[in-house]
Structure formats: C-alpha cells, structure tokens
Design a binder for this molecule. Structure first.
Ligand code: ATP
Length: 418
C-alpha cells in the first residue's frame, strides 16, 4: 500500500550478508525513529553492488516516504552506494567542491593527506543536499525523488548515530510532524519471562494506553510499554506507567530494578555515588567483566577502588588472602573460597563492599560434583557476607554474563535493603 507514511531502511554491506558483522543500525534507527513518532515499515539488506542498491532504492523510493540508506560511502572501489543511488534516481554524480575542502581539512587536522581516492567521497547524485559528517571522511546526502526523500549515511555506527541526530531527525520531524511516541521501560532480573507472564500477564493485559512487549535478554527481562499511536491522553499515560511501577515493586521487590533505560551496572553506579560508598571486586570466572561494565559508565572512579582478576589459586592466596587450607579442603569453586575472596578484597582495598565470583564457565572443567555453570557469587560488607550458589546454563559467555549480573544484583539488593 502506498500510504507514503513509511520509513524504510536499506542496509548496504557484503559483510552483513556474509555474517561477518551483525547489523546494529536497524536496532538504533528503529528505536530512535519510533521515539519521534515514526515506525520503520521495512528493512532491506543488500550487497555492495551498484545494481542491487539501485534495484532496492529505485523500487522503495516510489513507495515509502523516506528511505534511509546506510554504508558504502567510503573511498574504496567496493564502496558503491553513491553510484547505486544515483542509478536508482536516474541521475549522474556531481563533484562538490566544499565537501572536498572539508574532507581535506579532516585529513589535515589529523596530520594526514587526502589522496585522489578520497575525491570520490565528494561526489553526490545530482540534486543532493550534502549532510556533513564531522566524525568521518564520508559526508552523507539527502535527495528528493519520486515522492520520497532518500537519505544516505555512511556505515560506521558512531557516524550514523551522530548524523542521525544532527541531520536526519530534524528532517523526519519536518516531514512527518509527529509527536514523539512515549516508551517506558521496566527492567527485571532473576524473574524469567515465563514466570513474569504467569505472575503478571493478567496485570499487563489490563494496560490500555500502551502496547506491551516483553524483551528478554540473557540475564533479564524488560517490559516495554510503547504508547499507542493516536493516544493523546498525557495524564492517562503518566498514571498508567506510575501504577505499573508500583505494582511491579509490590510483586517483585528488588527483582524489579529500573524504570528507565539504565543498565543494572549504571543503577548500582548511581547508588554508590549517591551513598558515597566504595567497591572492590575479586573476579575469577568473570575475568574482569564486572569492572569493565562499571568503568563503562563515566565517573566510576568515585567508588570503584579496584579489581583483582584472581584466576589462579596462588593469586587468590597472595592477593586476596584466601587460606591455602580453604582451597585444599573445599576447592576454588566453593562457598568458602568465595566468602574469603569477597572479604579479602574488601579488606585489602578498604572498600565499603567487596564482590567475588568463582565458578566453572565451561565448556570444559566440569565434574559430577561440580558441573559446568556452577558458580558462587558473593558480596561482603562491614558486618556480613552473603554468598549464593548458582548453576548457570548456557555457553561460556552466558555463564560469565549471568554471574556478573547476578553478583551486581546482590549488591543492588543489599544497597536497597541496607
Ligand atoms: P568507511 O568510510 O569507514 O569505509 P562506509 O560508509 O564505506 O565507511 P562501510 O565501509 O559500509 O561504510 O562500513 C564501515 C564500517 O561500519 C564497517 O566496519 C562496517 O562493517 C560497519 N557497518 C556498516 N554497516 C553496518 C551495520 N548495518 N551495522 C553495524 N555495522 C555496520
């Protein structure tokens, strides 16, 4: 149906078709467009071939209102998106002197020199408006044709995100003139999708102003409410989301950890910063994952004192103060060792809290008594220590990811209860 209300996405890249790279643009563009009141009707993935690009863009520009194309604007001969789009529109490529100046400046500022191959990046289909790209060498372009606006962006995600915000969103708003769609995210951990449905499905079915979806990941389930298009009752939306927040808290307590978009690590980060408390970490099977995730959030030096990746038994003894006897009697993967790791790191670094993980990530190393996935996670504080035994399922990475989130959730629970 040609209702000219749609946005379609064309992702260009052999690497996407060959499975060498997972697409991340649709995830980003779909979400951001929706926030601006516009849904993505279709997405197409095509190879780096002029005819493939021309076929899809040529077809979709006569049906969709906006076609966003990403990738293939680089300087090398396999980057042929500009040629493909020009062919789709039935126009030639034209050289744009100001863009060539900007490309040369981009290289100059980095002590490099633009070569003749880069000149291609200053070529645009006739009638295009150039979209500047301050983060890379390839400018994008927008061109109206056949009733559609075709917007072409380079491939690197960081460039797509920047240009989308700076260049595409204002155009989308002007074309569609939609109100942003409200999206409310409620994050749970340790509940499980089927459990959530069973315990809470009826409650969610009663929601009227929003469309409800469950988004499970390897360690958590998000409940996402997306405002129904056309619902203009702001007060009703606010009240419905606030009621759900209250009910989730009543039903799931601290297993419901966030209304919003922050990760569990970010939530704990904010709690530690506001409480002016500190954290020390001792990791075995998680191999540094926990401090990586905390340091992903800027400002983590306010509380994160350090992390010891104590993979070998001897390191657990030397750097964390785990007793040799404990290791001999109970083994490295045990409640006793985990307790000593959590206490040990907290004392040695003088932190308010110590976290520890020790387990068998697999796929090798499991025994009948200690199977793959067996993990102990612990949190130590002044006056106590809690250690949990878990058997995580899945691949090596699943086990490590779940252990990282499991122990950080324990800290979250402690912070909320203390
Ligand atoms: P460059 O000037 O860097 O060559 P380009 O516009 O030619 O940019 P591509 O070469 O297609 O873009 O892609 C650049 C990088 O962005 C590559 O690493 C590519 O794998 C990545 N990329 C392209 N499209 C996507 C996508 N849909 N999802 C995730 N990454 C992508």
């Amino acid at each position: 149906m040609n209702n000219r209300n749609d946005v379609e996405i064309v992702l260009v890249g052999n690497e996407l078709l060959m499975g060498e790279r997972s697409d991340s643009h649709l995830h980003y563009l779909g979400r951001e467009l929706l926030r601006n009141g516009v849904g993505v009707a279709r997405s197409h993935t095509v190879s780096d071939a002029v005819d493939d690009i021309a076929d899809v863009v040529g077809d979709r520009r006569s049906k969709a209102r906006v076609v966003i194309v990403t990738g293939g604007l680089g300087p090398t001969p396999d980057d042929v998106t500009r040629e493909g789009v020009a062919k789709a529109l039935g126009v030639g490529l034209e050289f744009d002197e100001p863009s060539w100046d900007a490309i040369r400046r981009f290289f100059d500022e980095r002590g490099r020199t633009a070569t003749d191959v880069n000149r291609r990046q200053a070529m645009f289909p006739a009638g295009s408006e150039v979209l500047p790209n301050p983060l890379g060498t390839a400018p994008g372009f927008a061109v109206d044709s056949g009733g559609a606006t075709v917007i072409v962006l380079p491939g690197p995600p960081v460039e797509v995100h920047h240009m989308f915000e700076a260049e595409v969103i204002p155009r989308i708003r002007a074309i569609f003139q939609r109100e942003p769609v409200r999206v409310e995210t409620f994050r749970t951990i340790g509940v499980g999708e089927s459990n959530l449905r069973e315990l809470f499905g009826k409650r969610l079915d009663g929601i009227t102003n929003y469309r409800v979806s469950y988004l499970p990941s390897r360690f958590s389930v998000d409940i996402v409410l997306t405002e129904r298009v056309g619902s203009s009752d702001r007060k009703g939306l606010d009240e419905e989301a606030a009621r759900l927040e209250r009910d989730l808290r009543d039903e799931f307590g601290n297993y419901f950890y966030e209304r919003g978009e922050r990760s569990l690590f970010h939530v704990v980060h904010d709690l530690l910063v506001s409480r002016r408390e500190t954290l020390a970490v001792a990791e075995s099977l998680t191999g540094g994952w926990i401090s990586k995730r905390f340091t992903d959030v800027s400002g983590s030096s306010a509380y994160l004192l350090g992390d010891v990746v104590a993979y070998a038994d001897e390191t657990k003894v030397q750097l964390l103060g785990v007793q040799r006897d404990t290791l001999e009697q109970f083994g490295a993967v045990s409640e006793e060792t985990c307790t000593e790791m959590a206490h040990g790191i907290r004392h040695r670094l003088g932190a308010s809290y110590g976290l520890a993980t020790t387990g068998i990530a697999g796929p090798t190393g499991g025994t009948a008594k200690k199977p793959v996935g067996l993990t102990y996670i612990g949190v130590s504080w002044d006056g106590g220590c809690l250690v949990k035994r878990q058997v995580y399922l899945g691949t090596r990475d699943d086990v490590r990811l779940r252990a990282s989130h499991g122990v950080v959730w324990m800290l979250f629970d402690r912070l909320k209860s203390a």
